[in-house]
Design a protein around this ligand. Sequence first.
Ligand code: AKG
Length: 276
Amino acid sequence: MSSLRVALVQLKGQPTKKECIANAAAQVRLAKDKGARLIILPECFNSPYSTAEFAHHAEEIPSGVTSQALAKLAGDLGIYLVGGTYPEREGTKLYNTCPVFGPKGELLCRYRKMHLFDMDIPGQCTFRESDALTAGDQLATFTIGTLKIGLGICYDKRFPELTACYRQLGCDMMIFPSAFDPYTGPLHWDLLGRSRALDNQMFVALVSPARDPTTEYVAYGYSLLCDPWGRVLCRAKESQETIIQDIDLKVCEQIKRQIPILKQKRIDIYQLFTKK
Ligand SMILES: O=C(O)CCC(=O)C(=O)O
C-alpha cells in the first residue's frame, strides 16, 4: 500500500444524539462515495462538550447505541472509521473515548483521553474535564496495511512525549479527534499539529467539530492534516465540511532517510520509555 485516501469529517453539533449520529453517518457515506478508506470524526461529536452533560450522554463501548451505529456503518461501507470521541461509561467511571471500527464492523481498538483538559485562562477559556472524567492510561494503535496509526485526543497533543511514544511503537500517523476553542485555536492548533508531525516525521490529523457560536463550548473548527515534513496538506474552514486527502506513504521512508533524526537521537544521553 503506497497511498491512502483519508477523510476528516468536521461535523456541526445537532440537537439530539440521534441526529448527531444520523448527520455523522450521512457525511461518512459521502466520504466513502469519494473513495475514502480511513474516515475520522471529531471529539465529542454526539453530545454537547460539557462536564455537566457527560454522565447523561455516556454509554458503554461497544454495546452502546453510538458504537453500534458506527460499527454497522464501518462494516456496511468496508471502511476504517475513527469514531471521534464520546463519553464512555465503565462501571462508575466516565472516560472521553475514541473507538476505531474496522471494515468488518469490528472494534479494532479504543483510546481513552490520557491528559484531561483542565485549563483556566480567565475570560477566555476555563474547562475542567477532571470534574467529570477519569484519565485513560493506555496507548492505542491500529494498522491499515503497513501503516501503523496512533491515537490521542485534543489536549493530548500538547504533550510531545505521548506522540514520541507512538513514534517509538512504529506509528507513521497520529489521529487526534479534537475540539480546541477560538482562543487557543488561532495560537496553537496549527503549531501543535505541525510540530508533532515534524518532530516525529509522521502524518498528523486534527479533526474538530464545526464552529457553532450558539453552543456553550464553542469549537474552533479548521480540521487539518499535516505530512511528515510538517506541511499542512489540507485544512477545513469553520463550518461543517469534509476534507479528503490522498496521503503518499512513501514520504515516511523518504524523510527518515533524508533527515535521519530518528536514528540520530543520543540515546546514550537521554531516552524515552513507556511505563504501561
Ligand atoms: O488545549 C487546548 O487549548 C484545548 C484542549 C481541548 O479543547 C480539549 O482537550 O478538548
